[in-house]
Design a binder for this molecule. Structure first.
Ligand SMILES: [Mg+2]
Length: 255
């Protein structure tokens, strides 16, 4: 599993409609003293951040380990770029011309040990418009909750560092980084469990996620909030997206 999927089949908003949706959400972030503080919830992987460069870096490190014993394959794998990545590493390797079951198994173990750990998070990049949009929500008055399926023991400090280094609001009043207590819990179950607790922070006005199941969870817990699906990559076999969930490709907008 690598967190990458086939091209979209979701009905995305037009760029104009995406711009309008994002600016509506920023307006809803204005804090009125008579009401609880507005809260915006952001997932990290595949939502605010593109983690495909993380996988590419790991594939290239794996290629280095093959330099002596499989030089031709090492050369092919060293060329890994985000657009080669499929959801399965075996398909990603095939896209690079490598069809070796034994090496797929080896890469999977190599990848798993590195993908879900602090040091490799430095390779992640922000989605287009994401940093600016997060600042707009924050400066308009919202509390930002980064609610991620990454786990606290192995990915907590790296996630904090990555948010800081990419320029997202973090480490200031009104921002929270919330992670899974341990890696073994499935992401969807974790977010179903956490969603009701978000209300103690304030009034959720919008939630962004790249997993249809999570978007549906937010939609059902916070029917007055905008639940927004970021159409990047998601797990295969995801449930259908609830009709009220908006679909956008990234956080770019006109203004
Ligand atoms: Mg995600």
């Amino acid at each position: 599993m690598s967190g990458h999927a086939a091209p979209s089949s979701y009905p995305r908003l037009s760029f104009d409609a995406q711009s309008r949706l994002l600016s509506t959400i920023v307006k809803r972030c204005a804090h009125r003293s008579s009401e609880p503080t507005p809260v915006v919830v952001f997932d990290l992987d595949g939502t605010l951040m593109d983690n495909r460069p993380r996988t590419c870096a790991i594939v290239r490190e794996f290629a280095e380990t093959l330099r002596i014993r499989e030089p031709a394959i090492a050369e092919s794998l060293a060329l890994a770029e985000p657009n080669h990545l499929a959801y399965l590493l075996s398909d990603s390797m095939a896209a690079l011309g490598v069809h070796r079951e034994d090496l797929v198994v080896e890469l999977q173990a190599f990848w798993r040990d590195r993908f879900f750990s602090d040091p490799h998070l430095v390779h992640d990049v922000a989605l287009p418009g994401a940093v600016r949009f997060a600042h707009e929500c924050y400066e308009a008055g919202a509390i930002l909750i980064y609610l991620t399926g990454r786990d606290l023991p192995l990915m907590g400090t790296g996630s904090f560092g990555s948010l800081r280094d990419l320029g997202f609001p973090i480490g200031v009043p009104g921002t929270e980084l919330v992670l899974k207590p341990d890696a073994s819990m499935p992401d969807e179950a974790y977010k179903r469990l956490e969603a009701p607790k978000l209300a103690r922070v304030g009034r959720v006005v919008a939630a962004f996620d790249n997993e249809p199941g999570n978007c549906n969870t937010f939609r059902s817990h916070f029917p007055d909030a905008e639940s927004v699906f970021i159409d990047t990559q998601h797990m295969p076999g995801a449930p259908p997206l609830a009709a009220e969930v908006s679909v956008i490709a990234d956080f770019r907008s006109e203004s």
